[in-house]
Design a protein around this ligand. Sequence first.
Ligand code: UDP
Length: 247
Amino acid sequence: MKESYLGVNVSPLTYEGIIEEIRSRMLRREQSTIIAVNPEKVMTAQKDPQVRELINGATFQIADGVGILLASKLKKGSITSRVTGVDMMARLLKFAAEDHHPIYLYGAKKEVVEQAAVKITEQNPGIEIAGLTDGYEQDEEALVQRIQESGAEILFVALGSPKQELWIRRNMDRLENVLVFQGVGGSFDVFSGNVKRAPSLFRKTGTEWFYRLCSDPKRIKRQLNLPRFLVKVLVADKKNELNGKEE
Ligand code: UDP
């Protein structure tokens, strides 16, 4: 059962749970989309119903960001750990290599996506990269055709949000051979080694946001969404309690 925060759905499944569901959906040839949800996106969805509809329309909304985890704890939900976009992608790459599903990488700068492909091949022996295209390619029609003809079954789109999600929604019907779509933001930059992730101490303790803030203080504006989000979730919860109904 999905949880809902300020009208935005989040799946409580773990990495393994999502892979299992994807495996059976692929057997049925059903397409799946994965979108990362964080407090910033929930706050945007508050102002923009189209963003909310875009998120809720995905097959799996993963709890990226510690904020969603905290909100689930506050509301006694069942989300027990984060499912980050970059780790979900890593898990899907392993699955792709083991179960022989060719992948396609679309997005980021040319040298970044090329370098990411090299690293992905090194880290996942046997993986088949059906193709790659940088994120500044202009001819969408030609690109869709190229992906469709490549034989790729899993497509990672790294254009940033909501551009990547809009791209997926616009084109997925025409990409019948592709069964899994994940919008992965800056993940190719991480795989290529261009952007370092926070040291594991920060990652394990859920304080990656603090590390990022110290290395890039300008992020404070974006990060203020986190306390605002938690306050809103609590207020909405209280209102529902007073009205005697569940959100
Ligand atoms: N990007 C792209 N084409 C564009 C705009 C952005 O390929 O037209 C890429 C950019 O090079 C970067 C990624 O999209 O690799 C955006 O990463 P960001 O961390 O900003 O995304 P977020 O995860 O914050 O949505």
